[in-house]
Design a binder for this molecule. Structure first.
Ligand code: C2G
Length: 129
């Protein structure tokens, strides 16, 4: 079996997130998602609107996803890939090149982002309501 892993905040879950997760499910038969904890996001300079517990529950409920784990550090990808016997690491192309160091352990793929949607755009359009 082929295991695919990705990581993300998945704040205000939207079609861009769904398209990515669906594509992962087409690449393998087991999808593991590391959802960024609120603390880890502060380190990314990202303030999340929806708390980790809710973001994790939503991602866990997506039919394309088999397992959700907390993302608490940049380093954990290496051990996660070994622990979960991961064949492919994939993430949106906004991260292109950033995770090439994982290619010693598994295939690394950067996937095209969905156009015209982002959590930051959603947040700013909500402000204008
Ligand atoms: N995404 C996408 N299209 C969009 C928006 C997001 O394909 N319009 C993808 C991103 O490329 C990412 C995933 O959806 O692969 C989750 O997006 P974010 O929650 O913004 O992830 P990010 O905060 O960038 O966290 O260690 C990696 C980081 O945790 C990634």
């Amino acid at each position: 079996s082929v295991t695919v892993i990705t990581y993300g905040t998945f704040d205000m879950f939207h079609i861009g997130h769904l398209n990515l997760l669906r594509r992962l499910s087409e690449m393998g038969d087991r999808v593991v998602v590391g959802v960024s904890t609120d603390e880890f996001n502060l380190g990314k300079g990202k303030k999340t609107l929806i708390p980790y517990e809710q973001r994790a529950q939503i991602v866990e409920s997506i039919k394309y996803v088999d397992l959700v784990i907390p993302e608490e550090s940049w380093e954990q990808k290496l051990s996660d890939i070994k622990k979960h016997d991961v064949d492919i690491f994939a993430i949106g192309a906004d991260w292109k090149g950033k995770f090439d160091f994982l290619s010693d352990l598994c295939e690394v793929q950067y996937l095209e982002r969905t156009k015209n949607i982002s959590t930051s755009d959603l947040k700013s359009s909500l402000k204008r309501f």
